[in-house]
Write a protein that binds this ligand. Structure first.
Ligand code: ADP
Ligand code: ZN
Length: 704
């Protein structure tokens, strides 16, 4: 068994990790020619929260499936789908079964004629399970995000849009491209950070780099944040690269998803574009991975296995000698640091393609304002913009009508009974909704605390802003984009199309409006509350605010006319806001990096979050305390530092009390595995098996 070398404190992809190290469960992976004679057995990974694999017998008449194929197997009283890791003869069964191989159950069915996971992808799965402390079977299942279909229907082929003629690259684009194509030609692993301001033509660099890889007979994956995966973005890739581009996203039906995955495996597709799970696309000749908006939080999976698609892409590419291009106008601080320390090579596109200036936000100090949602300065700017027949966008990062419904007599908000969190008022349906568990409640006529019947609504959300704008700007098209208005398939694009139609229009919404859209007639961006996310108890809160404001500012002035950005804030002196307004966000980045080094946060030290939950508060607290104490006893020499337990940001969620432990510093893969295994022992000792939960999050994207 090979261990990863201790990978030192550092940024988020494990440097020095020996790729191709055999995993705990993979052993030798025989070629088909190498398959032993009957009786034959299969070593199968099942999607269960355990680290072991399971042995099954192969019926005599069934040809042996290759490793990476899926099989249906009996498990207890039920049936499970697993992934074949290898074919064994009786001598290689585990000792308990070796003497009585007739006790080994037979598989029910082989689901795939060709494997979904080739040897490099199986090794990637082994790395992923080890690094993220996830179960191998659960990991491999996540890597095959398609379901077996009895009779897969081929989706109707999409019409091929005439090919776009590529524009002539700018000198900055050419320079960036030259480095990427040289790396592709060298055929060795290289990672690039393409730092390009909004509208600087990063996509053009991706397109040409992909074309270069395809010309050389290699293939490409393009990762995009889920939300900007509009047909529009996809169309742009198809229009340039042709029908060998497969688009993969959560809005597809099962048959369409299967068709993309199959096209990748079987050679009818050379490019797969999609959100984070597209990093596993089974392209056999992968040469390039593009990660657009590399800072985006959606690249981190929020359920098990909690992988980061950027880290996975880097590890996959390194094993294959492939090139990774990560692009952003606001790279994450980890990536900036990696570029400085030489892990990534930095490419810059400092200017907009047409030469247009990126507007700096003008700050409106709300401490000196009275009344409504919009300060007079912003209202006047809106009047002027719409009056000229142009378009404006307004960011308010809070959905619903009002954040709180408070009793006027005792001041208590109406809360979610399962999460203790104040409920958000949604107009239209006239409901209170918990934004954490989704539970809906009617508006209570009387306060449950004091019986009072007078209520007040506080904290405006997008619904309220929409109503205000419709009253204030009669006759102007007002469109709202948030989670509620985009739940239907295609709604996102319909809203954008309606907004882009000729004539004055207002688009308001949550952070969704900040991403990727290119609408030249937008000349004004208003930020209704720039402070919403600034003081969340997460070390990334300021970084996220910086990224969001920079991104939303980048929506303005993308056409002929210059743009203007007005941000309303109670904190005009905060380094993020003051820095943006002065056009000196670089200063803030330096200061933030200094603070993080001092406080021991990423990119200088790694973090792992351990969230312990239970229906009873005492059980959660006790289990978390035991876990901390036992870790110290089991690993007395570990340099990792453990903080907590403390109540999580949401101390109760869906009826479960939550305690958080935070580990600063590196954990070995044995330590990560120890947490899950030992936690099960703690639960048994406390007689709370099944009630206690542990959520291990390596490199957490959010501490909230
Ligand atoms: P980014 O991804 O950096 O925000 P885009 O790639 O969307 O920027 O480019 C912004 C606009 O500039 C798009 O309309 C694109 O078609 C155009 N563009 C990009 N490169 C060139 C070029 N070399 N010449 C002319 N137009 C270009
Ligand atoms: Zn709730």
């Amino acid at each position: 068994m090979t261990r990863p070398s201790p990978d030192g404190e550092g940024p988020s992809f494990a440097p020095g990790l020996p790729l191709g190290a055999p995993a705990r469960y993979d052993g030798a992976m025989p070629d088909r020619d190498d398959i032993p004679a009957a009786p034959r057995f299969l070593d199968v990974a099942l999607p269960l929260p355990v680290r072991r694999s399971f042995s099954y017998r192969l019926p005599a008449e069934t040809p042996a499936p290759a490793p990476g194929c899926r099989v249906r197997v009996p498990l207890g009283a039920g049936v499970e789908t697993g992934v074949v890791l290898r074919v064994l003869d009786a001598a290689r069964l585990e000792p308990a079964l070796r003497d009585r191989p007739e006790r080994v159950k037979e598989i029910l069915e082989v689901l795939d004629a060709e494997p979904w996971l080739d040897a490099p992808l199986l090794r990637l799965g082994a790395w992923l399970a080890d690094y993220y402390g996830a179960a191998p079977g659960e990991t491999l299942r996540a890597m095959i995000p398609v379901k077996p279909l009895k009779r897969p229907r081929q989706p109707a082929p999409e019409p091929t849009p005439p090919r776009d003629e590529p524009p002539r690259p700018t000198p900055a684009q050419s320079a960036a491209l030259a480095e990427v194509t040289a790396a592709l030609d060298a055929g060795a692993f290289a990672a690039f950070l393409l730092h390009g301001v909004t509208g600087s033509g990063k996509t053009e660099v991706y397109l040409r780099a992909i074309a270069h890889a395809l010309d050389a007979g290699r293939q490409a994956i393009v990762l995009v944040p889920e939300i900007s995966l509009t047909p529009q973005a996809a169309r742009r890739f198809r229009a340039r690269l042709g029908e060998r581009v497969g688009i993969f996203h959560s809005g597809l039906g099962a048959g369409e998803r299967l068709a993309v995955w199959r096209g990748a495996r079987e050679g009818s597709l050379d490019v797969v574009l999609g959100p984070r799970s597209a990093v596993f696309a089974p392209l056999p000749r992968l040469g390039l991975v593009v990660i657009d908006e590399e800072h985006d939080g959606s690249y981190k999976q929020t359920e098990k296995p909690r992988y980061h698609a950027r880290s996975v892409a880097l590890v996959r590419a390194r094993a294959l000698g492939a090139v990774v291009v990560m692009g952003s106008a606001t790279p994450g601080l980890e990536s900036l640091h990696n570029a400085r320390t030489g892990k990534y090579r930095l490419l810059s596109l400092p200017d907009r393609v047409g030469g247009g200036r990126i507007p700096r936000p003008e700050l409106v100090d709300l401490r000196e304002q009275e009344g409504g949602l919009l300060a007079p300065a912003l209202e006047e700017a809106l009047d002027a913009c719409l009056g000229r027949g142009e378009k404006a966008m307004l960011l308010l990062n809070r959905r619903g009508h009002s954040r709180l419904r408070l009793c006027r007599d005792c001041g208590e908000p109406q809360r979610c009974s399962r999460c203790d969190i104040p409920l958000t008022y949604h107009s239209g349906r006239e409901r209170l909704v918990c934004h954490y568990c989704g539970q809906e409640r009617p508006l209570a006529p009387a306060c449950p605390e004091c019986g009072g019947r007078r209520w007040v609504l506080l904290g405006a959300g997008t619904q309220q802003l929409e109503m205000d704008l419709e009253l204030r700007f009669p006759g102007v098209r007002v469109l709202r984009m948030d989670l509620d208005s985009t739940s239907r398939r295609g709604a996102h694009q319909r809203i954008l199309d309606a907004f882009a139609a000729p004539g004055p229009a207002l688009l308001l919404g949550t952070q969704m409006i900040a991403k990727g859209h290119h609408i030249p007639e937008v000349t004004l961006v208003g930020v209704v509350a720039a402070d919403t996310g600034l003081f969340l108890p997460d070390y990334r809160a300021a970084e996220r605010t910086w990224q969001l404001l920079e991104q939303v500012s980048g929506r303005a002035g993308r056409g002929e006319r210059p743009g203007r950005v007005i941000a309303q804030t109670y904190n005009p002196d905060h380094p993020v806001l003051a820095g943006l307004a002065a056009g000196r966000s670089g200063d803030w980045v330096e200061r933030e990096l200094r603070d993080r080094r001092q406080l021991g946060y990423p990119p200088f030290r790694r973090l792992t979050s351990l969230l312990v939950s239970a229906p009873e508060e005492e059980a959660a607290e006790e289990a978390a305390r035991r876990l901390r104490r036992d870790f110290r006893d089991a690993w007395p020499d570990s340099p990792a530092e453990m903080l907590g337990p403390a109540p999580a940001f949401l101390p109760r969620l869906k009826g479960r009390h939550r305690r958080q432990l935070l580990v600063k510093g590196c954990l070995t893969r044995d330590q990560k595995a120890w947490f899950s295994e030992h936690f099960a022992a703690i639960a048994r000792a406390m007689r709370r098996t099944g009630a206690l939960g542990l959520d291990l999050d390596v490199d957490p994207e959010s501490l909230l």
